[in-house]
Design a protein around this ligand. Sequence first.
Ligand code: ZN
Length: 75
Amino acid sequence: MPWCTDCDRFLSPSTVSEDGSCPACGRQVDDSAAVGRKDDAEALPPVPWHLKVLASGVVAYLGWRVVQGIVWLID
Ligand SMILES: [Zn+2]
């Protein structure tokens, strides 16, 4: 996430000028990708596919339990 130290705020990548400067003050923003640091990318890796499968399985199981509970209440 680009950070402008002069404006003291984060900038969305789409609002940063093409040359990497802040649109408000024109200062070069501290974009970790631009200066070559990969810390942010390593701190937030993409969600592994098996976690998505696990999460969807849990949601499906809980949904099924809710259906069972409703059927139990009706009976
Ligand atoms: Zn700025």
